[in-house]
Design a protein around this ligand. Structure first.
Ligand SMILES: *[C@@H]1O[C@H](CO)[C@@H](O)[C@H](O)[C@H]1NC(C)=O
Ligand SMILES: *[C@@H]1O[C@H](CO)[C@@H](O)[C@H](O)[C@H]1NC(C)=O
Ligand SMILES: *[C@@H]1O[C@H](CO)[C@@H](O)[C@H](O)[C@H]1NC(C)=O
Ligand SMILES: *[C@@H]1O[C@H](CO)[C@@H](O)[C@H](O)[C@H]1NC(C)=O
Length: 343
């Protein structure tokens, strides 16, 4: 299997962002660029729509369609489940529409379908991490564990149909991340405050049912990815195991230098996890720890840079992608990747 990173200068990043893991994509990708790609002279990926709602120019190296708080399921599907007050309605469906709209920008205004297919085929497309916000919204909306679990297949189906559409447009290399350990994040832990002792993992103190939910989502997703691989032997689907890449930190925080609390935020407005939804990081009542690199959690929904570094290394240099990223694309060797020589 060949990873086409080196062949083309167009990198279309389908980055789907949410409150919880917004930065995860960003940062993992940022780190990806800063660590490996900086030396490869890869640029950062600009967002498709700016804060003012206008389309940003300069897409020759890729586009970021991610929106903070975005869900996989569309806002009308979630509304059917009784979930209304979403952070954004820019679900996968909406982002896929943007992606299609932007094809002329990526490929040149005048180019036709054949050019699109070639360009998209030479692009690396990151689909996710997405799904975490769907679950977050359902939890906030007061859904029971069983109700949320019953929606997992629907969330996965939405992701899978997006991947299939992308393949239909010509996508050949996709990275599809699983969801994070939902039961370890300070915002979830704060919502679920006062749960019974037996609901927490004795080793990590993360909420068991939420982590089991994440595992269930990831298992279903991987099963579906295998199915897509069988149907499209010419397409490279790389599963990025954000869950295990992150769990190694919660299981062995000291090993990675996280000598302060691994579940409490560095920056926040108080409470047992130093996460206060009415006084979040940046608020005048919030405080910041002295040594962020001793913390895993930055602000309740994002990791610290030190934690992102560990996650990044686990994914792109370690064992947490399937197939292993290292085996596809020897990142340590600029020459073999050849991005600078092909530019
Ligand atoms: C999504 O939200 C935007 C801004 O709030 C609004 O203009 C748009 O009509 C909404 N789209 C849908 C499909 O609900
Ligand atoms: C990842 O986590 C799942 C669920 O805990 C486990 O079944 C699987 O073996 C793990 N995989 C790796 C590579 O650690
Ligand atoms: C959360 O922040 C508000 C101020 O916005 C404060 O009144 C409240 O006491 C804080 N809660 C906790 C648990 O610290
Ligand atoms: C742990 O966090 C506290 C509070 O932010 C900070 O003062 C202290 O320096 C940290 N401990 C270490 C060993 O870094």
């Amino acid at each position: 299997m060949l990873f086409y990173l080196q062949i083309n200068l167009v990198f279309s990043f389908f980055m789907l962002i949410e409150t919880m893991d917004n930065q995860v994509h960003n940062m993992i990708l940022l780190l990806f660029f800063l660590y490996e790609a900086e030396s490869l002279q890869l640029p950062l990926v600009p967002p498709y729509i700016s804060e003012e709602g206008v389309h940003v120019a300069g897409f020759e190296h890729g586009i970021n369609y991610a929106v903070a708080g975005a869900t996989a399921m569309s806002s009308h599907l979630l509304a059917e489940e009784g979930i209304h007050d979403l952070v954004t309605n820019a679900s996968l469906e909406v982002q896929l529409r943007w992606f299609k709209q932007s094809l002329p920008l990526i490929c040149g205004i005048a180019s036709g379908n054949a050019i699109f297919i070639v360009e998209i085929g030479h692009s690396l497309i990151l689909v996710g991490e997405i799904g975490g916000n769907d679950y977050y919204d359902l939890i906030r909306g007061g859904k029971s564990i069983d109700e949320i679990k019953s929606l997992v297949p629907l969330v996965v189906k939405t992701i899978v149909s997006t991947i299939n559409e992308l393949i239909g447009i010509g996508a050949q290399t996709l990275i599809v991340p699983g969801v994070l350990p939902l039961g370890c994040s300070a915002d979830h832990l704060t919502i679920a405050q006062g749960s019974k002792n037996e609901e927490y993992d004795p080793t990590t103190s993360c909420l068991l049912w939420l982590n089991q939910l994440a595992e269930y989502h990831n298992q279903l997703l991987q099963k579906e990815l295998n199915h897509i691989r069988e149907l499209h032997s010419n397409v490279n689907i790389i599963y990025a195991d954000y869950y295990n890449a992150t769990m190694q930190i919660y299981r062995f925080p000291y090993k990675y230098g996280f000598i302060n609390e691994s579940l409490k935020t560095c920056c926040g407005g108080g409470g047992p996890f130093n996460y206060n939804s009415t006084a979040t990081c940046g608020d005048e009542y919030a405080t910041v720890c002295d040594e962020p690199y001793t913390y895993v959690n930055w602000d309740g929904v994002h990791f610290t840079e030190a934690a992102y570094k560990v996650i990044f290394e686990g994914l792109f240099q370690g064992p947490y992608t399937t197939p292993a990223f290292k085996s596809l694309c020897p990142l340590s060797s600029h020459v073999r990747i050849g991005i600078s020589s092909s530019s």
